[in-house]
Design a binder for this molecule. Structure first.
Ligand code: WT7
Length: 635
């Protein structure tokens, strides 16, 4: 049984059954055959969801960069590992071979060592989508430093919160970044953040935009001269299977962002195995995922998964609309992309601009299409299928999360028959469960509930950095013995899963996971604001947009609202990031609250959706009268 390469539905069911009946034997076989270990494990799995504690491949020693780089050098040394497509369509693409990648990563690792970074230290990476970003990530992994990549669209305040939460000692950044017609002053943002980050000793700066930046004499150094002097070999640090590989922050429904901690061996095995199967990757393929490496999609399916399989992975610096809306298809044609993985929000934005942009290019190299980040609506699915896949490329709608590390529920192309808007069947080793509101599992088909997972999988996050109790409370307390995803789902007559969306206060805007709490905190900082509540409402491109209900302090003149809208959004942009700006604001005199004082977002959500006939019983509210007032105002 070649379980590493699922190629028929029958085989899928066979391997899936094995993964449920004898999970340890299956994962052991996969780990054994397809990876390089410095030392093999003593035990495959130890777990207890009541604490929770999960350990995969205990006792093993490895380095993920040996698996992503070194082991390919002999066979694939001259093969392109990273294909870089710059923002400027007239600038040449860059082909970085495995051999060149090895040199760059080893040099970078030596630079970091020389600057005093050691195994276990946290390093924050705040960079544009350029090869140096992937190189920095891999260099951390080479020496066992824990990388914490922060998406370069986050503001200085959001960056500072993340740096401080995990006490990073180093920041790797660039002078600036290009995104479409815009230039983002990354180094200036880092400077602003670091006014509040005492743990940071050193800042390494890559030159990208060649704009003038200020360099702090002790703290900051340009990367180029350091790299020039660095040796091209840096021995890998042997990591324990469960040593943290990285931290990646994700929004919670309350409180500060959660630093999800991913470990080394299990993450590697699962990212690589899912990449191979979900994209039906073959040796000659040119694979492109349009996500940013600042998100989990980029970690698992731009960097680690593809490189562990010796693939060619594309890094695109720009945006889908620059210089025009055909940029994606121009790139597909130019590099003969075989697998294309993007987000529903991008598909909707491009569909809106019309097919003419697609028809300009020969995209017949495509074999497999993927989507991720939010539920894909039927219309977007059909457009993707018709105009991009030409009815011939299977679409894999992949459901997963920052917390899960890898794809959990998705059709395997050419294997699992697809059904628009359905993520279909669980991947090998994944045991989903739907739970009712009483906490009982609902069995059988044609049912719905809260989506949980009842058995550990190798790439699950192990904890929240510095707050294991919060990890337990958030994911393991609602349904004891189960991991709770925060999503709702249904299982149809044939057992296919369809994700219906978040059941908590996380809102997904253009595929970005946004917690309501930090946005409300930003709004509340405005001197005119007394209180606020954010909900999502449907938006035809973004999926969801944000609607803020805001109570102003009494002395504030409500006529001034236009100016207020602007300053509140500017505040959100600086505290959280531009993606979190509100599309609608309504200044209200009160917010519906429970008797214990909790804002009833459910009611505001209905109002924002225009479903005021579905409010349900409001009589138990502390202040039912405000509901009518708000409705009058909004409609
Ligand atoms: C949330 C996780 C995993 C990488 C990108 C997002 C939603 C993700 C799908 C999908 C329906 C999806 C869920 C999930 N989501 N993919 N294919 N269908 N919903 O990672 O930022 O951690 O967000 O994104 O609501 O919980 P993330």
């Amino acid at each position: 049984m070649n379980e590493y390469n699922i190629s028929s539905l029958e085989q899928y069911f066979q391997v899936y059954r094995a993964s449920v009946e004898q999970p340890e034997a299956l994962w052991e076989a996969i780990a054994e055959e397809h990876f390089e270990w410095h030392k093999k494990w003593d035990r495959v799995l130890d777990w207890d969801f009541s604490t929770p504690e999960v350990k995969w491949f205990s006792g093993a020693k490895l380095n993920i960069t040996v698996n992503c780089i070194d082991r390919h050098l002999e066979q694939r040394g001259n093969k392109t590992a990273i294909l870089f497509e710059p923002n400027d369509p007239n600038a040449p693409a860059q082909h970085i071979s495995y051999k060149q990648l090895s040199e760059q990563v080893n040099k970078m690792a030596n630079v970091m060592l020389a600057q005093g970074v050691k195994k276990g230290d946290r390093v924050c990476i705040y960079m544009p989508m350029i090869p140096a970003l992937a190189v920095s990530v891999l260099a951390c992994a080479r020496i066992g430093a824990i990388h914490s990549v922060v998406f370069a669209g986050f503001s200085a305040a959001a960056l500072a919160t993340r740096i401080n939460d995990s006490d990073c000692s180093m920041v790797i950044t660039a002078d600036g970044g290009f995104r479409g017609a815009k230039e983002i002053p990354l180094k200036a943002i880092v400077d602003e953040a670091l006014e509040h980050c005492p743990s940071v000793q050193k800042v390494l700066v890559e030159k990208r935009t060649h704009t003038a930046v200020s360099m702090h004499p002790q703290r900051d150094a340009w990367l180029a001269p350091l790299l020039e002097q660095a040796a091209t070999h840096c021995p890998p640090v042997w990591m324990d299977a469960e040593d943290p590989l990285f931290i990646l922050y994700t929004s919670g429904s309350t409180g500060k962002p959660k630093g999800m901690v991913h470990s080394t061996a299990g993450y590697m095995v699962y990212a690589a195995y899912t990449f191979k199967n979900i994209f039906q990757y073959e040796e000659e393929d040119i694979y492109w995922c349009t996500a940013d490496i600042g998100w989990i999609t980029g970690h698992s399916y731009i960097v680690y998964g593809p490189l562990a399989n010796g693939a060619t992975t594309v890094i695109f610096e720009g945006v889908p609309s620059y210089p025009d809306y055909d940029r994606f298809w121009e790139i597909v044609a130019k590099h003969k992309i075989t697998q294309f993985y993007t987000a529903p929000t991008a598909i909707r934005a491009l569909a809106k601009e019309g097919e003419a942009h697609v028809k300009k290019h020969d995209i017949s190299s495509l074999k497999v299409l993927g989507t991720v980040g939010e539920p894909i609506n039927e219309e977007a699915w059909q457009w993707y299928d018709t105009y991009i896949g030409k009815g011939e490329c299977p679409i894999t709608d992949t459901w997963w999360q920052t917390e899960t590390g890898g794809i959990m529920i998705a059709p395997i192309p050419f294997v699992t028959p697809t059904n628009p808007t359905f993520a279909t069947l669980p991947f090998i080793g994944i045991q989903p469960a739907l739970m009712d509101t009483e906490g009982k599992e609902v069995h059988g088909n044609n049912v719905q509930g809260r989506l949980c997972i009842k058995y550990p999988w190798p790439s699950m996050a192990r904890t929240i950095w510095g707050d294991h109790k919060r990890y337990f409370d958030t994911y393991f307390s609602s349904f004891p013995g189960h991991y709770f995803s925060g999503d709702g789902a249904l299982r149809d007559a044939v057992g296919y899963y369809r994700i219906t969306g978040r059941v908590d206060d996380v809102i997904i805007v253009s595929g970005h996971n946004l917690g309501t709490a930090p946005i409300e905190d930003a709004i509340n900082e405005h001197p005119a604001v007394a209180e606020s509540a954010i909900v999502g409402y449907p938006h035809d491109v973004k999926g969801n947009a944000l609607f803020g209900f805001i109570i102003l302090k009494e002395q504030h003149d409500p006529k001034d609202q236009q100016a207020l809208v602007k300053t509140i959004n500017a505040l959100i942009a600086s505290q959280v990031g531009p993606i979190a700006k509100l599309d609608k604001m309504e200044f209200v005199t009160g917010l519906p609250k429970t008797r214990s004082g909790k804002i009833m977002r459910r009611i505001l959500r209905k109002i924002a959706h225009g479903q005021v006939d579905q409010l349900g019983d409001t009589s138990t509210l502390l202040n039912p009268e405000v509901v009518d007032q708000i409705i009058k105002q909004v409609l």
